[in-house]
Design a protein around this ligand. Structure first.
Ligand SMILES: Cc1ncc(COP(=O)(O)O)c(C=O)c1O
Length: 478
């Protein structure tokens, strides 16, 4: 080193310079202490002193057992999306006719994958899970290709129940019915508790899979506004339950889709109590519950259920293997009806994927995998928020989820309509999920959902930059 000043200051200046030049991005990992000490031929203590100086200046942050990361900056100044002010009335959900071709475009595999809500295959334990599948096929022999009798594969139901108990629910294996993904669990739950023409309370914005199910079951949706941090507004649910004849309520309490909101514990308790008082079945999807960025797994709504009014639906699609299509439902007082419907709908859940996942869970591999997956997703969401903050027009708002891997972006009113943004982005090879598909009443026209399930790359940064440019061009014209 030949520059002036104490060595640690020179190293701090070097790292700060990398950040300024964009060579190290917000949320990105700073080269390791060992690497820097070799590079500058100084002791690790000197490097640590340099990094502590940068930490005190707010430029980097230390993460336990992981190293130093560039602190996200611009995103700290960006505001959260607004809550839609009032609930909409009850509407028939006519989904397919309104947005033709939209879902086909979202599934296009050649696109930059910012549309579908799924983690990158690179983050999933393909080799270990495949090895488990081979092992169980060998051990089970031909049993692995016979029908698995209802309510599902016993070893898997034991593991699911064990995990639910650890998350605060009073569930035994006998109360778990395995399903073909969470979407079948939701479908069976809705069929068990509603009849065509009934009204169902849903979140706004709402996971479009739920709206599609309402549409195919000829159900009506009454949308309840959600806060982007704390989810569905329980006071508005209460009003709706008093005013309307509601037959079910569907809620994603943990890291919702698309907002990423997490309901506080007291709100969860109040919602379950309210539904019980009104004798309204409460259907929850907890597919993102295992993915908090930090700390304990949040409790499912089912943890507050004393009388079986909560139908808890989930799957391994967001954490392990979307294509295995293994989910489950704990249907409470509706268990017998759901089992009957499951038998007529798909007879059984495929045996081998259930057995492979059971083996994976029993071995302890799932918890190890979750620890690393959560760290990756946290980092990806930080980078994505930073990039949106950098590239989107002033006035853009963005969610700040504490888990999962979805980001909800609200563009300024003067900006482009999200369906038009989707059309233009598709022409440039980028797929996004436009706001209106998360609404039964053509809402959220200036919003979009971005999938943060893929490791950060120049391609994704470039796609965010392009989306920001498309949105900015219109915002500038007004
Ligand atoms: C909230 C929610 N529930 C259910 C599902 C469907 O999950 P699966 O793929 O297991 O059917 C999804 C998928 O995006 C989801 O976001």
């Amino acid at each position: 080193m030949d520059a002036d000043g104490p060595l640690y200051e020179q190293i701090a200046g070097h790292v700060a310079g990398l950040v300024e030049a964009g060579a190290l991005r917000p949320g990105g990992r700073v080269p390791s202490v060992r690497k820097l000490s070799r590079q500058f031929e100084v002791s690790t203590n000197t490097v640590l002193q340099a990094l502590s100086t940068l930490e005190a200046r707010g430029l980097v942050e230390a993460r336990p057992r992981s190293g130093f990361y560039v602190r996200p900056r611009a995103a700290a100044d960006i505001e959260l999306p607004r809550t839609q002010a009032r609930p909409a009335g009850s509407v028939r959900v006519a989904f397919g006719d309104r947005v033709p071709g939209l879902f086909r475009a979202m599934r296009e595999v050649s696109m930059v994958p910012l549309a579908a809500a799924c983690p990158s295959p690179a983050l999933l334990p393909f080799a270990r899970l495949s090895a488990a599948a081979v092992r169980v096929a060998r051990v089970s022999g031909p049993m692995a290709i016979t029908y698995d009798p209802l309510p599902g594969y016993p070893a898997l139901r034991r593991e699911i129940a064990r995990r639910l108990v650890a998350a605060g629910c009073a569930i035994s294996p006998a109360q778990v019915i395995t399903t073909v993904g969470a979407v079948e669990a939701l479908h069976l739950s809705l069929r068990a508790v509603t009849n065509p023409g009934d009204t169902v309370l849903v979140e706004s914005p709402c996971y479009f899979g739920v709206l599609q199910l309402l549409s195919t079951l000829s159900l009506r949706a009454a949308e309840i506004p959600c806060d982007s941090s704390t989810g569905i507004r329980v006071g508005l649910v209460e009003k709706a339950l008093r005013r309307r004849n509601v037959r079910a309520c569907v809620v994603v309490a943990n890291f919702s889709n698309p907002l990423g909101a997490l309901m506080p514990v007291e709100e969860k308790r109040a919602l379950v109590k309210l539904c019980r008082q009104h004798e309204v079945p409460l259907i929850e999807s907890d597919v993102y519950g295992d993915l908090p960025f930090e700390g304990e797994r949040p409790v499912p709504l089912k943890a507050f259920d004393r009388d079986g009014w909560v139908l808890h639906c989930s799957s391994f699609s967001k954490t392990l293997a979307p294509s295995y299509r293994v989910g489950w439902v704990c249907a409470g007082r509706f268990q017998a009806r759901v089992e009957e419907l499951k038998f007529t709908q798909t007879v059984a859940t495929p045996t081998l994927p259930q057995a492979a996942i059971a083996e994976f869970l029993v071995s302890g591999s799932y918890d190890r995998h979750l620890r690393s997956l959560r760290g990756s997703l946290r980092n990806q969401i930080l980078q994505l928020r930073e990039a949106v903050a950098r590239h989107f027009p002033p006035g853009t708002r963005v969610s700040a989820p504490a888990g999962g891997f979805l980001l909800w972006v609200e563009l300024p009113e003067t900006s482009i309509d999200a369906l038009e943004l989707q059309r233009r982005a598709l022409r440039l090879g980028i797929s996004i999920a436009p706001g209106p598909i998360f609404s039964a009443s053509e809402g959220h026209r200036h919003c979009l959902r971005i999938n943060g399930g893929y490791p950060w790359s120049d391609i994704i940064e470039g796609a965010i930059q392009t989306l920001g440019r498309l949105a900015t061009a219109r915002a500038a014209r007004g």
